[in-house]
Design a protein around this ligand. Structure first.
Ligand SMILES: Cc1cc2nc3c(=O)[nH]c(=O)nc-3n(C[C@H](O)[C@H](O)[C@H](O)COP(=O)(O)OP(=O)(O)OC[C@H]3O[C@@H](n4cnc5c(N)ncnc54)[C@H](O)[C@@H]3O)c2cc1C
Length: 262
């Protein structure tokens, strides 16, 4: 038996960089470096563990919808151990929202073929956390989201979802979509061997026409949501420095009381 796993991985602007909105209120991606969303590293890790723990023939494909530079995110996932990658890139994707992104991902997943889709719990930039559920709906398969533990056995995906009050054991028959949390297990670092091997792994590129998607269905035109306004956060002011010249403790207490901390 074989198992085809597709992991959705997003290329996101580096949160430590100085991020800006462009004039059309989309994120100015040219202005900041990007990287594989940290939360998607957990998804790659879980897919690799399913593969390593399986007696079946497992193929792990990583998929991204993003600009040219998004290939960096694919290379990282390949160097962690994924087998192959798919990059969907098209100028008409500029401004696509979560609904449009889920359409593109679902069409690409269908074209690639899948038994299991593994996603992160949310991207580290958009953080909507809805793409996995949208994917399950579009693909017409069950979804088991926010898993802290995941495994596949006899055509069934099983997992544990930890809530505030209880932990649930969940399962769904394949094909299915799951999302995993940052509690699912530390993601591995790519080894030197993995980095070298990744250079030779196949990366397939598709555009909208390969997926039979019209430009009007995606981009700013096809978006169901719109950013109406964006205001940069005020620059942080320097904090209050208390010099202890005998009255430091008192001044500190007065400051905390003034801020209603005590
Ligand atoms: C060139 C370009 C321009 C864009 N411009 C805008 C814009 O102006 N406004 C806007 O709202 N959105 C835009 N998007 C889409 C946006 O970046 C998100 O992909 C989309 O809105 C999903 O929302 P989220 O990141 O909050 O997903 P979440 O629901 O938080 O993501 C959950 C999981 O879904 C998967 N996932 C999400 N996005 C992707 C992806 N792109 N590729 C692979 N896996 C993914 C990951 O596994 C992730 O962990 C643009 C995308 C591209 C490629």
């Amino acid at each position: 038996m074989s198992l085809r796993i597709v992991v959705t991985v997003k290329y996101v602007p580096d949160a430590t960089g100085d991020r800006h909105f462009a004039d059309d209120l989309t994120v100015d991606r040219d202005d900041v470096d990007g990287l594989l969303s940290e939360l998607d590293e957990y998804a790659v890790e879980q897919a690799l563990q399913i593969s390593e723990n399986s007696d079946d023939d497992v193929e792990v494909t990583v998929l991204t919808v993003g600009p040219e530079d998004a290939k960096d995110a694919l290379r990282k996932a390949l160097s962690m151990g994924a087998d192959k990658a798919i990059h969907v890139e098209d100028d008409d994707l500029h401004g696509t929202d979560a609904i449009g992104t889920s359409l593109v991902l679902a069409k690409a997943i269908e074209k690639a073929g899948f038994d299991l889709v593994v996603s992160g719990m949310a991207s580290t930039d958009g953080t909507a956390g809805i793409v996995p559920a949208l994917l399950a709906e579009r693909l017409g398969v069950p979804q088991v989201t926010l898993l802290s533990e995941v495994s596949v056995e006899d055509g069934t995906v099983k997992g544990r979802r930890d809530g505030d009050a209880a932990s649930e054991q969940l399962e769904a028959s394949l094909p299915a979509v799951v999302s995993v949390t940052d509690q699912s297990g530390e993601a591995r670092y790519p080894s030197f061997k993995g980095i070298m091997a990744a250079k030779k792994k196949p990366v397939q590129s598709w555009d909208l026409s390969d997926l039979d998607i019209e430009a009007e269905e995606v981009g700013l035109e096809g978006a169901w949501t719109a950013v109406e306004d964006a205001t940069p956060r005020p620059v942080r002011t320097a904090g209050t420095i208390v010099k202890d010249e005998g009255e430091g403790g008192k001044q500190l207490a007065e400051f905390l009381a003034g801020q209603k901390f005590i």
